[in-house]
Design a protein. Sequence first.
Length: 287
Amino acid sequence: MLKDFLKKKKRYATIPSERAKKEVPEGLMTKCPSCRTIMYTKELKKNLLVCDSCGFHHRMTAYERIASLFDEDSFVETNKDMLSLNPLNFPTYEEKLEADRTKTELNEAIVTGYGTINGFKAVIAVMDSRFRMGSMGSVVGEKITQAVEEAIERKAPLLLFSASGGARMQEGVLSLMQMAKTSAALQKLSKKGGLFLSIMTHPTTGGVSASFASLGDYNFAEPKALIGFAGRRIIEQTIRQELPDDFQTAEFLLKHGQLDRVIPRNEMKDTLTKILDIHEGGFSNGK
């Protein structure tokens, strides 16, 4: 009798068959990496890719970010066809670039353009970490510089959303030069009386965090974003001290005066709109 019971129990404890698994469409559900809640992907996207249970901010693509901010049909993309070359003849670099273009449907790790946010004109640059981990090569630096020049020409504020692992190793010193190039362009914008809003998302590290990402008139970040230059292990080995658990998070930087505010994604558009409203016409004082 006990033997029969165990057999019955075993029958009902079996895992779903491969056929049953295939009946669930791929991408229908998403599991939150923070709280492990499983939710409909469509509902997650409606909530701007923020977990409704724990507030975890899933990564957004550049175009998803732009769509969440700009007025419908107002965004015009610029320099879309600008492509990276292989100036140092780094092995397999061209193949990796092509693979990322196919995977992401982007030509580079940043999207730039202009349009309106709740009626206020703005120029924007949005990094996408899916492409070479959002690394900063010559084309990324050039597109940011041209976005700055676009903001000056249009007398519009510049918004820059960072998501990067830092400088692009395959371009060596040419990549590092983009730190100075973009910083100089932003200084020109400042002298003209322009407004620069830097918003750091997960992750913003390396040469990006050490250059344009930290030069905003306002420096913002999304909750729990990783922001820093060198990695935790390198710093701990260098200073021979154990770092706090929340080290290099947006909240840690805000507490220590390196950020102006940590803004949840569902508050981002309203917050930016208020700032654009306050600073409208800022170029009138520029020369």
